[in-house]
Design a protein around this ligand. Sequence first.
Ligand SMILES: *[C@@H]1O[C@H](CO)[C@@H](O)[C@H](O)[C@H]1NC(C)=O
Ligand SMILES: *[C@@H]1O[C@H](CO)[C@@H](O)[C@H](O)[C@H]1NC(C)=O
Length: 424
Amino acid sequence: MVVVMDVKCRGIAMTLLFFLGFSAIFPLCFSDVNLPSLTHKLLPLISKNRIGSSVVFPVQGNVYPLGYYSVSLNIGNPPKAYDLDVDSGSDLTWVQCNAPCKGCTKPPSQQYRPNKNLVPCGDQLCGGVQSSPSHHCQSPNDQCDYEVEYADHGSSMGVLVRDVIPLRLTNGSVLGPRLAFGCGYDQTYSGPTSPPSAGVLGLGNGKSGLLSQLTSMGLIRNVVGHCLSGRGGGFLFFGDHLVPSSGVSWTPILPGSSVKHYVSGPADLLFNAKPTSVKGLQVIFDSGSSYTYFNSNAYQAILNTIVGDLKGKQLSGATTDHSLPVCWKGTKPFKSLRDVANLFKPLTLSFTRTKNVQLQLPPSSYLILTKYGNVCLGILNGSGAGLGNLNIIGDISLQDKMVIYDNEKRQIGWTPANCDRHPK
Ligand SMILES: *[C@@H]1O[C@H](CO)[C@@H](O)[C@H](O)[C@H]1NC(C)=O
Ligand SMILES: *[C@@H]1O[C@H](CO)[C@@H](O)[C@H](O)[C@H]1NC(C)=O
């Protein structure tokens, strides 16, 4: 889910300043070549090889029929588990909160209850959710309000709190860092159904996010990744332990882009390895989106290309199947996406700033098989969904790959993977 607005002040100038400010500061702070003196003072004992750990979480969920992937995050002492939507399109982690709550989908017993642990407005982490602390804090001891509005999925409003989050590291240690996250007491949902999760696990690198906090505590390197299985489930990791040393296609994160999500490009679209009219796309890698969205022009071109290529094949429009806007049926119901593997051609996103870096999208990365035995196009019209000109690579196209967001080297990588095999 991509954040369109996450400051209390809706002024455009403020939002711009805010984004520019952070994207300029972050690469400096966490580059491994040049640790600035401030970081040295805060973390005097950390040398490169001591930050060698990672945290791994099992992931539940699927693209269809559920439409989301989630992890269970323990919070508090004694710990309580919360199912959170895995979202590389935003940075703030928040849980439904009994403060009391408006727009919570979980009963009060399953909501987080703050206990004199509000993050004060003067805390520097609060700057990650507010455009300008001085603008919003009457006094530095005020609570730190946040508001996130997702481009595709409603909003959450609440306060930042800080609590113990028990984590098992891959080196065997169990730690309980106190981390800040959002306590969301006012949610809205824009979809037809409200999400069943208890909140959002933001994987973006903004400074109020968990990734940035774990990194600045020196517990992990500033790397996060996921492996979402096409058969459902998978795993997620913070830190760089699981990143393969070879075989990963890397493309730079777009310079100057927001630290709250991961944008790359420009990328050209190929159909069956041949160029199409769709060129120069900037794309957001967004695990918080079930499907892939392209802007109106690109969408129209892709649809025309696919439909044109199906002419003369044993497929017809399945107009009564409303699972997604465009569906096809065969002469008899399909049992598996393998049944259509020969009817649909592969798509490829070719990243032009780096030679030979391609994101392969076989039919299983852009089609779903519905409960009626039809197949539907999992690439949707972003303009029609209120996303404007954004292009979003969602779960359907990220499945069965390990996808890595490396904020130290400012690059995004992927490699084919069996995401059913969880690392120990
Ligand atoms: C594991 O890594 C963490 C963070 O880097 C460190 O604090 C801890 O001492 C390490 N534990 C072991 C057993 O090496
Ligand atoms: C995509 O959505 C836009 C905005 O609603 C609309 O104008 C356009 O016709 C749609 N394109 C297709 C191919 O449906």
